[in-house]
Design a protein around this ligand. Structure first.
Ligand code: SF4
Ligand code: SF4
Length: 84
């Protein structure tokens, strides 16, 4: 499993689940996803940091649950604990 961070979001890839159908690659608005030499989904960490908008289209399109977005609970909890 590979995790890529940007602020309170993570993009998580599980290449062992990926069958290389490219649905996520074609769906990603900023075009940051690609298939590696083994035909598995891959992304550059710098592209996640600077271009991913965490729209979850890749997660929605993937038939094999090989890519998804996580929003950090810690950050949400800290924000929720702040005075309004
Ligand atoms: S969350 Fe959206 S922008 Fe980020 S990799 Fe997936 S499809 Fe692309
Ligand atoms: S949609 Fe899923 S199975 Fe298809 S290439 Fe992307 S991660 Fe792999």
């Amino acid at each position: 499993m590979k995790r890529f961070h940007q602020g309170k979001f993570q993009l998580v890839l599980e290449p062992t689940f990926c069958k290389g159908c490219s649905l996520c690659v074609k769906s990603c608005p900023p075009g940051i996803l690609h298939l590696n030499g083994q035909g598995k989904v891959a992304v550059q960490a710098e592209d996640v940091r600077t271009k991913c908008i965490f729209c979850r289209l890749c997660e929605a399109r993937c038939p094999d649950f090989a890519i998804w977005v996580v929003k950090s609970r810690d950050t949400v909890d800290q924000r929720d604990a702040s005075p309004v």
